[in-house]
Design a protein around this ligand. Structure first.
Ligand SMILES: *[C@@H]1O[C@H](CO)[C@@H](O)[C@H](O)[C@H]1NC(C)=O
Ligand SMILES: *[C@@H]1O[C@H](CO)[C@@H](O)[C@H](O)[C@H]1NC(C)=O
Length: 183
């Protein structure tokens, strides 16, 4: 009997240690919610002296019904500036680095695979990874967030993508992104 009491106390202590983290997760006490708004400048045709940030690296074979200049499989690699506001001279907050590919044979719909790399402000040094279907003529496209690094390690959430302005001759676009993130 004299030996069983300390054993019982130890057992209780182990049980409460095991339960403590679970309780912390369950009440959500450590979740931080972050809302981000920024603009993407996708520049296929740069102004004189400027630099393209979206470059065609693979040309598909079959023209798309909605836009014969574009082909199923056309793939662009991108390193697009991210800014606070819609203007080209607006303060930089990062880059959108990755690629998009025309992945539908019947619609103007992209596979968009991109890391949002933040280079200024409170999220400088952190990234958010997005893997999305982007039907470019839709008013709002949903961006699934599949991960992140730095301050966004283990992030979950989503983004909403809207076309702010587009030049269909130059194929240049300014896109608005709203992100709703939880870490
Ligand atoms: C972002 O972080 C890098 C690395 O710490 C630093 O060199 C740079 O000055 C920072 N940029 C801004 C705009 O704060
Ligand atoms: C659209 O792009 C074309 C070709 O680069 C250019 O000539 C034209 O001025 C642009 N239109 C607008 C409204 O910026």
């Amino acid at each position: 009997m004299a030996n069983s009491k300390p054993a019982m106390l130890l057992k209780l202590a182990l049980v409460s240690l095991a339960l403590a983290p679970a309780a912390g997760v369950a009440d959500g006490a450590k979740t931080t919610t972050t809302r981000l708004r920024f603009y993407i400048h996708d520049i296929v045709t740069p102004p004189p002296g400027g630099q393209a940030t979206a470059v065609l690296v693979a040309r598909g074979a079959t023209p798309l019904p909605g836009d014969p200049r574009t082909r199923f499989g056309d793939t662009f690699v991108i390193d697009d500036p991210l800014t606070e506001g819609p203007g080209a001279a607006s303060a930089a907050v990062g880059r959108a680095q990755g690629f998009f590919m025309f992945a539908s044979q019947t619609e103007l719909a992209l596979l968009l695979s991109v890391n949002m790399v933040f280079t200024a402000g409170p999220h400088n040094g952190s990234t958010v990874a997005v893997l999305a279907r982007d039907a470019i003529l839709d008013a709002v496209r949903e961006l699934p967030v599949v991960g992140g690094t730095g301050g966004f390690r283990g992030v979950t959430g989503y983004g909403l993508l809207r076309t702010h302005s587009i030049n269909t001759t130059a194929h240049n676009a300014v896109l608005l992104v709203d992100m709703y993130l939880k870490v």
